[in-house]
Design a protein around this ligand. Structure first.
Ligand code: SAM
Length: 210
């Protein structure tokens, strides 16, 4: 078991987002943009989508997206932002409230399964395994998170144990996977509490289902 962050922890974090929360962003993740740009649009799962910036980015580019989070407020923010895209793109996103610690996405159903900064899952390997199982043969799994050696971005509210390395992700993958990119030193800069930049380090696994 890894360390769980409760739903109420994340609900409070989303409630405080307009006051400035350093770990959430309204912009799509750079790694998601980069990986998706090299793929033909298909079906995507955005796991732990938060306010859905990645889901919106994909939908604008023709993907149909299932965007999953267990915080209703975050999903609502995403829905509202999607309305600004216009009906065609916004209709391509299905918002789903579910706990990724137990919810199993449909198997072999997505061309891209992406999870960015999904932290605080109790059974991380099992959850990553379920995400991997949702990728179709030939599809892509992309998991990015804060590296445990990154400085304490949460001001002590999140234990370092919720962060993970690429090895924590690849532990969930078997020989049906080709590792396309593995990185434990991906730089990430976010705005800190006083607006000063915080330089963080991310772990990334991009894998292709054979
Ligand atoms: C740091 S935010 C990242 C949001 C978005 N992926 C991004 O990169 O901006 C982590 C998100 O994961 C969600 N989350 C954490 N644990 C979850 C769980 N067990 N089930 C569903 N969502 C979860 C939180 O509610 C939060 O929205």
């Amino acid at each position: 078991m890894t360390q769980k962050l409760s739903k109420s922890f994340w609900e409070q974090r989303w409630q405080s987002v307009d006051g400035g929360t350093p770990t959430v962003t309204a912009s799509p993740n750079h790694t998601l943009r980069e990986v998706a740009a090299a793929l033909p649009p298909g079906a995507a799962l955005d796991a732990g989508c938060g306010q859905g910036a990645d889901a919106l980015h994909l939908a604008e580019r023709g993907w149909t997206v299932t965007a999953v989070d267990f915080v209703a407020d975050a999903l609502e923010r995403g829905r509202r932002a999607a309305e600004q895209l216009g009906a065609e793109a916004s209709d391509r996103i299905r918002w789903r409230e579910a706990d990724l610690d137990s919810w199993a996405p449909p198997r072999e159903s997505f061309d891209l399964v992406s999870a960015h900064y999904l932290h605080g899952i109790a059974s991380r390997t099992a959850a990553f395994g379920r995400l991997a199982a949702a990728v179709r043969p030939g599809g892509t799994l992309l998991i990015v998170g804060h590296h445990p050696a990154s400085l304490d971005i949460s001001g002590g509210t999140m234990p370092q144990a919720v962060f993970f390395t690429s090895a924590d992700v690849t532990a969930a993958l078997d020989n049906r996977w080709e590792l396309v990119r593995v990185d434990d030193d991906l730089p990430r800069e976010v705005a800190g509490p006083e607006g000063s930049p915080l330089r963080l380090r991310s772990s990334l696994v991009q894998a292709r289902r054979r």
